[in-house]
Structures are given as structure tokens and as C-alpha cells.
Ligand binder design. Structure first.
Ligand code: SF4
Length: 694
């Protein structure tokens, strides 16, 4: 794909990178894509875009793409290119054989948050209706699963409360564990505009992200906490609000469970949550904690935006619930300009969770144990559904090592590169007897695969993505699938090769089934999306135009629920051998493990992961800018260049994970969120020393 020529036709579609979900006009000359133009009618982006959506599509034509199915009997053998029929029959035979030999629950699926809603729905249906078990999980497991749990428990639904437009009416913005100007650039720009107009800003982050001091903006409060202490900081803010009489008790009486609030208020008023006690734990000055709490409670409309710096911790779910407590305490849920807003990393994390990819939930966040819910799907699918939750990704890998989990269909996800504890992932994959990788490239996971099924890029897809504000956007086919079949068709072919009788002829028919079975999507059809451009769920008889703001007349669960959030220190400790804490993040020009952006021919992508380190920490190690360093943890080690930076707090180092050579997940621990198993990527005790290079 090259940027050239005069377009002769165009197709409006949605960016497949981050959770902002920008709309683009793909302009073509015949079948050749010549440029991506940000679409001015796109409701999430209004004609704006970032460098990834605008330019990073060349990977669709990259020679690394695999366009023919391949099979092999063992991972020691070379791949054999075969036709689709042979590959699918081989895969189906292997998977059925494993079930006969090891039992119905010995196989499962992993779905990707970069796939469409329709593709994701079909993959979880493959597990439930064809494999006959609930062994389905999504890569959201390793990013926003604590959001699903935490907001579900407190508000009753696992999604952000606001639309992006809401930021225009916000007076005080808290950004915690997120870096919107790099990771969600188009929304980050809207946030900066509001800040330039005078909104106040509280940044809770170990690092001085751009928002702390960018052009024309300076955060009113930067709370540079020690990684792993989010719960303590959020509790200290709540402590000040409650003990200084700043809680919005009228709102709480009307909207929340009063008795639960009283129990929470008693807990949070204890001295151990005071700013003075918290300073010792977190490193944040007590006066800053006190001042930030007062600003948030008294500054008008307050909104909280958070990212993976909140969720990827052993207390990720607890922090999400603490954030929800903070919003309810101050009456900041249920009207424009306020709310709790998870900034979703990948394009369709929201949709992936909505579509029932988790092993305990059917589409629409309904537990598989619920007989009424199972009845809906049993009637629609014509099969019995297992009432027992299935295995999460880490449990699948554990079971594989133990010899009870034997087969995996993995669509669009490179678990060997993106999941924690690389050694354990490779051991799990190596122990399986059939790994089916359905992807664009021969990724790291494919080293352990027996079947490779070529995938399609977003340019070759028809369907929908759901962005971070619950907006369902159309994804339209810009060019025919290069490997003959779109991803949803491949899943259907595999299901049918295993004995199903699916007959979808277009993704709109899959959406019709989603609407029929899932109340929050009941009013979503491709005709509605064509007419309105996009809609935000819930979209149904009650909300025919969709729902920009949630919890307006009451929380989805009825009364908002305050949950006591006890701080428990992570098990990952610094010590003499590993005295620094490593945390990780993204840069604007790259995307996750870089599978797409690194395969786009543009000089801006040719960067490397570096280790940011505070000048003092560099000096005591004799390090200067640009030198190679050895980064070692209890789990493993790697080499990268140092970048001496006063963005960092002393004692904390930072890197990105866009390049496979960095092997950031060789370094990270196997600790995870207590409720969801989301890995604790954001806290690793490390040592940094001079090295001679890789
Ligand atoms: Fe794509 Fe996100 Fe950039 Fe928009 S902000 S163009 S959705 S990567």
C-alpha cells in the first residue's frame, strides 16, 4: 500500500489501533489504497486523527503476511502449505480427536480485542456451542479485566460512564495510570483543549507524563506515587473528602446504598488512610494528597480517566472500585462532565468484553450459571450450554502444563509475546497437541502451532468495533480478503468442519443474532448504524438512539455500591539485589508489540525501546544517556539503551514493549490481580547496570 495517486472511490471505516475508534475515509484508486483521510463526520474524532491511524496501514501489504494455510504434525517439522479445505479438516480432526481422548474440556479458544464484535461473538460461540465448554478468554484478560469486575461490582455494568464529548463540560480531570496524549492521542487532544480552557488537572502517575507539563498546560497536582500503591493514594483522597465533610451526602443518600456508605465512611476515616500515613507508603507528599482531594471535591464537575496503570496490578480491581467510590463520594456519576472512564488500549477491548469472551459470562455480561440466560442462547443455538465457567488464559496454560488442556484456537493474539511469564507460556504451548494460530504473520506463538490459518487486516473486514465510550462503529471492507476468507468466515468454516451447521452469509446476520440475544444491543442493526453513523450501547427499545451517558436516573445495579478497598502491598518487593521498580507503557508512534506498526514503511516507526531512568539513579550507576544497560529482575534479563530523564521519580525506571528484542515480559513477574488474574505488568523489582550491548 502506498500513499500515491488520485482516488477514484472511498470507503468509510474505523481505525483498528486504539480505543478512541476514529473514523476514516479510505481512498482508493481502483483496488489500490492511496490514503486514509480522517473523516469529519466521525463522532469519536470529528476529522482528527493521530499518526498511527493516518499512516500505519502498510502492514496490510507486508511480505511477512502469510496468505496460505499451513499445517504440520509436530512443531519440529517444517510447515506444509495446503488448501483451506485440508487445513480446516486437519484442524477439526485434531481438535475432535483431543476431545475424544482427553475430554470435552481439554480444548479452548482465545479471542483478540483487535477483531470485530461479530468475529469475537463467533469465536466464543465456537467454544460454547461446538466445543461444548466455556473455555473462552480474550486478551482483555491482560489489560482491562479489572475494569469489568470493578465497575460491574460498584455500578452494575462493565463500561465507562460517559461519552468523549462529556470532557467539554468537565471542571476537574483526574488522570490516573494513563497517558492519553501517547496512547489515546485524539481524545488526549480534546482533554488538552479543555485544560487550556481552564479545567483543573490532577495526574496520579509515577512518571511526569506529557500532561504534567506540556505546552500551555501544567497539572495543578502531580502525585508521583510509588508503583503498586494506587489503592493507598485513592483511599487517601477519599479519606480527606470524608473527614473534611466534603462528601456529597445528598447525592449518596439518593443514589447509593446508604448503609454501605456508612460502613465505607467509617473504614476510610481511620487514621491509617490519612495523607500523612499514606505519604510513607506511596512517596506522595501529604500536603499534595490533601490539596488534590480538595480540588476534586470542590472544583465542580469531576471526571476520572484511567488506563492500564490502574488495572495491571495485583490490586487492579480494588483500584477500579476505589475510583468508583471516589466518583460516588463526590456525586460525580450520572450527568455530563463527570464520570469514570476507562481508556481502553486496543480498538475493540470494549466489544471483546461485551461479546461474552470471558469464561464466566455470556454476551452482555451475564453469568453462565444463570438458567434464564443460558435458555436464550440454548434456544438460539440449538445446543446445551455448560453452566460451569471455563478456564481463563493463565488457567489454560497451567492445565496444559499439568497435561489436561491439549488444544487451542487462538485468533489474532500473540500470547507468547504479550502475556506474562514467557517461560510458562512457552511451556504451556509446547505441552499442547494442537495449537491453531489464526493471524496475519507467523508470530511468536506460531512457533508452537500445528495449524496456521491466515487472518485478515481491518481493511479486509466487515463488521463493527466498539470504542471506549461504548460507541459501535462500522468497519467496512476496503479491499477483498487477501487470503480468500474474512476471519468470521474462517471461524464458521472451522465450526462446520467440526460438525456445526452455521450459515451466516454476512456479518450483519451475526449482529442480528447478537441483537436478538443481548438486551443492550437489541436495537443495533447495520441499517441503524448506516442511518445514525454509530450508536452507543445500550441501544434498545428504551434507548433507540443509544446511550451517551450511563446511570443518569440511577445506577444500572439499582443503588451505587461503596466497597471497602483495603490496600495490600504487592508481593513484588525491592531489595539489595533489585532496588528499582520497573513500570511500562506505550509511545505514540507504536502499537502494543508492534506487529503492525513495525511493518509499516515509514522512518517514524524505526525507534527502539529504551529504559528511562532518573538522573540520580543513572549517576550512582555511572550511566549516561544512550549507553547499553542490563535490566535484570528475579524472572529474567534483557538489554536496552538508557535514557536519562527527569520525567522519572527516583527509584523508578520505565520502558515500552513495542519491540520483540526487548522481551519486556521475560522481566515481569507472574503476580496478578486477585479478582481477574490480570497480570501485574506495572511493578517489577529490577537492577540496572552497564552492559556491552545485546
Ligand atoms: Fe487510531 Fe486511536 Fe489514533 Fe484515532 S487516536 S487514529 S483510533 S490510534
Amino acid at each position: 500500500v502506498a500513499e500515491m495517486g488520485t482516488p477514484t472511490r472511498s470507503v468509510v471505516t474505523t481505525c483498528a489501533y486504539c480505543g478512541v475508534g476514529c473514523s476514516f475515509k479510505a481512498e482508493l484508486q481502483g483496488d489500490q489504497l492511496v490514503r486514509m483521510v480522517p473523516w469529519k463526520h466521525g463522532k469519536a474524532n470529528r476529522g482528527h486523527s493521530c499518526v498511527k491511524g493516518r499512516f500505519a496501514y502498510g502492514y496490510a501489504d507486508h511480505p511477512d503476511r502469510i496468505l496460505s494455510p499451513m499445517i504440520r504434525d509436530s512443531i519440529d517439522e517444517p510447515w506444509r502449505e495446503v488448501g483451506w479445505k485440508e487445513a480446516l479438516s486437519f484442524a477439526a480432526g485434531k481438535m475432535r480427536g483431543l476431545q475424544e481422548k482427553y475430554g470435552q474440556k481439554s480444548i479452548g479458544v482465545i479471542t483478540s480485542s483487535r477483531c470485530t464484535n461479530e468475529e469475537t461473538y463467533l469465536v466464543q460461540k465456537l467454544a460454547r456451542a461446538v466445543f461444548g465448554n466455556n473455555n473462552t478468554d480474550t486478551c482483555a484478560r491482560v489489560c482491562h479485566s479489572p475494569t469489568g469486575y470493578g465497575l460491574g461490582q460498584t455500578f452494575g455494568t462493565s463500561a465507562g460512564t460517559q461519552d468523549f464529548d462529556s470532557v467539554e463540560q468537565t471542571d476537574v480531570i483526574i488522570v490516573i495510570g494513563a497517558n492519553p496524549t501517547d496512547a489515546h492521542p485524539v481524545f488526549g487532544s480534546r482533554m488538552k483543549k479543555r485544560l487550556r480552557e481552564g479545567a483543573k488537572l490532577i495526574v496520579i502517575d509515577p512518571r511526569k507524563i506529557d500532561l504534567v507539563k506540556s505546552a500551555h498546560i501544567a497539572a495543578n497536582h502531580h502525585l508521583p506515587l510509588r508503583p503498586g500503591t494506587n489503592v493507598a493514594v485513592v483511599s487517601a483522597l477519599a479519606h480527606v473528602i470524608v473527614t473534611e465533610g466534603l462528601a456529597d451526602e445528598a447525592y449518596i443518600r439518593e443514589r447509593c446504598d446508604w448503609d454501605e456508605y456508612l460502613a465505607y465512611a467509617e473504614f476510610i476515616s481511620e487514621d491509617r488512610h490519612s495523607p500523612e500515613e499514606t505519604q510513607a507508603l506511596t512517596g506522595v507528599p501529604a500536603e499534595e494528597l490533601r490539596a488534590a482531594a480538595r480540588t476534586f471535591a470542590t472544583g465542580g464537575n469531576g471526571a476520572i480517566y484511567y488506563g492500564l496503570g490502574v488495572t495491571e496490578h495485583s490490586q487492579g480491581s480494588t483500584t477500579v472500585m476505589g475510583i468508583a467510590n471516589l466518583a460516588m463520594l463526590t456525586g460525580n456519576v450520572g450527568r455530563p462532565g463527570v464520570g469514570v472512564n476507562p481508556l481502553r488500549g486496543q480498538n475493540n477491548v470494549q466489544g471483546s468484553c461485551d461479546m461474552g469472551s470471558f469464561p464466566h459470562e455470556l454476551p452482555g455480561y451475564r453469568h453462565v450459571k444463570g438458567q434464564e440466560v443460558r435458555d436464550i442462547f440454548q434456544k438460539t443455538w440449538g445446543v446445551e450450554i455448560d453452566p460451569e465457567p471455563g478456564l481463563r488464559i493463565p488457567n489454560m496454560l497451567d492445565a496444559a502444563v499439568d497435561g489436561t488442556f491439549k488444544g487451542l484456537y487462538c485468533q489474532g493474539e500473540d500470547i507468547l509475546q504479550s502475556d506474562p511469564d514467557t517461560k510458562h507460556v512457552s511451556a504451556g504451548l509446547a505441552a499442547m497437541e494442537c495449537v491453531i494460530v489464526h493471524d496475519l504473520f507467523l508470530n511468536e506463538t506460531a512457533n508452537y502451532a500445528h495449524v496456521f490459518l491466515p487472518g485478515s487486516t481491518f481493511l479486509e473486514k466487515d463488521g463493527t468495533f466498539t470504542n471506549a465510550e461504548r460507541r459501535i462503529n462500522r468497519v467496512r471492507e476496503v479491499m477483498a480478503p487477501k487470503a480468500d476468507y474474512a476471519d468470521w468466515e474462517v471461524t464458521q468454516l472451522l465450526a462446520n468442519a467440526m460438525g456445526a451447521n452455521w450459515s451466516y452469509s454476512h456479518p450483519s446476520e451475526i449482529m442480528a443474532e447478537i441483537a436478538m440475544t443481548t438486551p443492550s444491543f437489541a436495537g443495533v442493526t447495520y441499517d441503524v448504524l448506516e442511518e445514525k453513523g454509530s450508536v452507543q450501547w445500550p441501544c434498545n427499545e428504551e434507548h433507540p438512539d443509544g446511550t451517551p451517558l450511563m446511570h443518569v436516573d440511577g445506577f444500572v445495579r439499582g443503588k451505587g455500591r461503596f466497597i471497602v478497598t483495603e490496600y495490600v502491598a504487592t508481593e513484588e518487593k525491592t531489595g539489595p539485589r533489585f532496588p528499582l521498580l520497573l513500570t511500562t507503557g506505550r509511545i505514540l508512534s507504536q502499537y502494543n508489540v508492534g506487529a503492525q506498526t513495525r511493518r509499516t514503511d515509514n522512518s517514524i516507526w524505526h525507534d527502539e525501546d529504551v529504559l528511562e531512568i532518573h538522573p540520580h539513579d543513572a549517576e550512582v550507576r555511572g550511566l549516561t544517556d544512550g549507553q547499553w544497560v542490563r535490566l535484570a529482575s528475579r524472572s529474567g534479563e534483557t538489554s536496552l539503551r538508557a535514557k536519562v530523564s527527569d520525567r522519572m521519580s527516583p527509584g523508578v525506571v520505565y520502558t515500552t514493549f513495542h519491540h520483540p528484542d526487548t522481551q519486556a515480559n521475560v522481566i515481569t513477574t507472574d503476580f496478578s490481580d486477585w479478582a481477574t488474574n490480570c497480570p501485574e505488568y506495572k511493578v517489577t523489582a529490577v537492577q540496572v547496570s552497564l552492559s556491552n550491548g545485546p
